[in-house]
Ligand binder design. Structure first.
Ligand SMILES: N[C@@H](CCC(=O)N[C@@H](CS)C(=O)NCC(=O)O)C(=O)O
Length: 311
């Protein structure tokens, strides 16, 4: 089997989510470290311009977004590890709620409390990416107490759903839902000076975080095989996409049609464009060509992404 290549940086909470998922599914992988802010010249040829972290590469098939990557990990890794006991849909809905409701609050808190210390270029980049075009440092500061209150309201509700000896979805073994809890807690604890204090009020969430974090103990930068970005580009160039072609569902879009795809949020990022290769209810794939890699198939989730037909 081709070993998947994870394009990521170690401090990325979404990359950490994917690293935990690969550990839970017992899937081997190799690492390519990418820059924390653009330019990302060794990533862009693979992704048709999608800039977010992480991205998982399998030859000339490129999987963007952790939700989409989780489905691939489930297909490639040890069966029933990520979504045991028919938990796939529930775990994905759970993870989407964490990503779309809790993570935006967490990232506001982390960035607002880092405004005076983090490099200006990083703050500017993440502000434009996460807070829309009209964000300001003053507004972030003014809104911080209310944002912390919102976060606590959701964490409290989440904590109340989990019983002492169970995982997030109520079973005896972890699922991808527990990974969603763990990456959020890891981010709050590691990047917000009051994160540990905040999480001390949530013993079940902290227990799940610790259990999931222990999965990745043997997976740090010193243990994982690292290759450089040009080797990953070469691998894509030597390969052909092997993912399916077709539209096996009712769809307003047509095979081969030019489309754009972008995260459905108010953000500075540009849409990616390509020819529609595959579409079902969970994944869209586009064909994209770049001189450094030849043809690649770039895969995105449907949920949370806007597809537009292009003339
Ligand atoms: N919905 C995406 C979100 C990914 C995301 O926002 N990742 C952050 C890093 S944790 C990012 O891309 N930051 C900007 C960058 O790395 O250029 C996913 O699940 O993969």
């Amino acid at each position: 089997m081709t070993i998947p290549i994870l394009h990521h940086f170690w401090a990325s909470p979404f990359a950490y989510k994917t690293r935990m998922a690969m550990a839970l599914a017992d899937l081997p992988w190799v690492s390519v470290e990418i820059p924390r802010i653009p330019p990302k010249p060794l990533l862009m040829p693979l992704t048709a311009g999608y800039r977010r972290t992480p991205v998982l590469q399998l030859g000339a098939d490129i999987y963007c977004d952790t939700q989409n990557i989780a489905l691939l990990i489930d297909e490639l890794g040890t069966a029933d590890r990520l979504f045991p006991n028919q938990s796939k849909e529930r775990a994905l809905i759970f993870s989407e709620w964490v990503d779309q409701t809790l993570f935006p609050l967490a990232v506001r808190i982390v960035i607002t409390t880092a405004l005076d210390e983090a490099p200006k270029a990083f703050i500017q980049d993440r502000g434009d990416l996460y807070f829309g075009p009209n964000w300001s440092e003053d507004a972030l500061r003014a809104e911080l107490p209310g944002v912390i209150a919102q976060l606590n309201a959701s964490l409290m509700r989440l904590e109340a759903t989990i019983r002492a000896d169970e995982y997030a979805l109520g079973g005896p073994v972890p699922t991808y839902a527990d990974i969603a809890i763990a990456y959020l807690c890891w981010f709050l604890r590691g990047r917000w000076s009051q994160g540990a204090e905040c999480l001390a009020s949530y013993p079940q969430l902290s227990r799940i975080e610790a259990a999931m974090t222990s999965l990745t103990e043997a997976m740090g930068p010193d243990e994982v095989t690292t290759i450089d970005g040009t080797a990953a580009l070469d691998q894509a160039k030597r390969s052909e996409p092997t993912s399916p072609v077709g539209i096996p569902v009712d769809s307003p879009f047509e095979l081969g049609q030019r489309v754009s795809v972008r995260p459905f949020v108010d953000s500075s990022e540009s849409p990616v464009t390509g020819h529609l290769r595959y579409l079902d209810h969970s994944r869209i794939s586009i064909d994209s060509e770049h001189p450094q890699v030849g043809w690649v198939a770039v895969h995105f989730p449907i949920s949370g992404y806007q597809i537009n037909a292009l003339p």
